[in-house]
Design a protein around this ligand. Sequence first.
Ligand SMILES: [Zn+2]
Length: 328
Amino acid sequence: MGKRATKAHYIIKKDQHGFPVNTPKYKTHFWGISADQRAAPAPTHPNARKSARTGLEQSCNRPFTSPHLKESKLLYGYPRGPYTWHKHFPIARKGLRQSPINIVPRKAEYDDALTGIPLWVFYREEDDVMLENNGHSLECQITQLGYLTGGPLGNKLFRLAQFHLHWGADDTRGSEHTIDWKQFAAELHLVHWNTKYGSFAEAVHKSDGLAVLGVMIKSGVENPVFSVVSDNLGGLIQPHSEDTIPFSLDPTDLLPGDIRAYWTYEGSLTTPPLFESVQWIVFKEPVEFSPSQLDALRRLIDSDGNQMQDNFRPPQPLKGRQVRASFQ
Ligand SMILES: [Zn+2]
């Protein structure tokens, strides 16, 4: 399936998967949004959108307001933070399906069922790009209706909530997943929730609640789509800052050209509370960001006041899990 085929108009034309047809544009900023809010039409005044966003406090990597989740050096300070998470979140060590993992391609099991139902991505272009420096990552809130289904998700429909990145202090490290222990310069995560649960907040701790697409990023040529983000980070340097970039961006264009080849396994959030709720789909083909695009991320400041770098969790034990591959 070519990139053009994944554009928004397919949402209108394709309804055999149960996609909404002629659905009005809803503005959904965070997963904690109520059913009433979800059913409401989009606010049209730009300030309405901003205030709706500010009024909600949940974000992907800190989806709850537990006192344990206050950002501190203990919890999020990288690179040591991940080695302390088990004190407040025992699942960090006791869990049976923690993420990320080291993917060993020769041990991955080819599963032709994955190609029987191809992975389908139906995203829409964001009119503006709503970005947040959340203190430990750079996150883009999705305001349009975007969906993921097929592949390991079968006929279950998952909705895109946000994307964010993990990166290193230099190009030798940065990704969370490793491939044969090779670490990439960065990793893009597109986070989706299972629509059978009604909201992200209800889905986030369910065993089949989330699906995350992982895209490896290596240093190379400039990525013109990501430039919309990386060229406009001036207002996001400080932790817990938000900015809306007045340019359009289609998340589809951040994916690799070939989304048919991927590894998939059952895992978890890679930040506290580390819920074991994620069907991971990690693409084989990396995409490239230029050195200056990666440097733009490294200039952000984290919640400890340091440069935001090395914000990745290291690979976790497989504990008997089988990684499946969609390709031979
Ligand atoms: Zn992530």
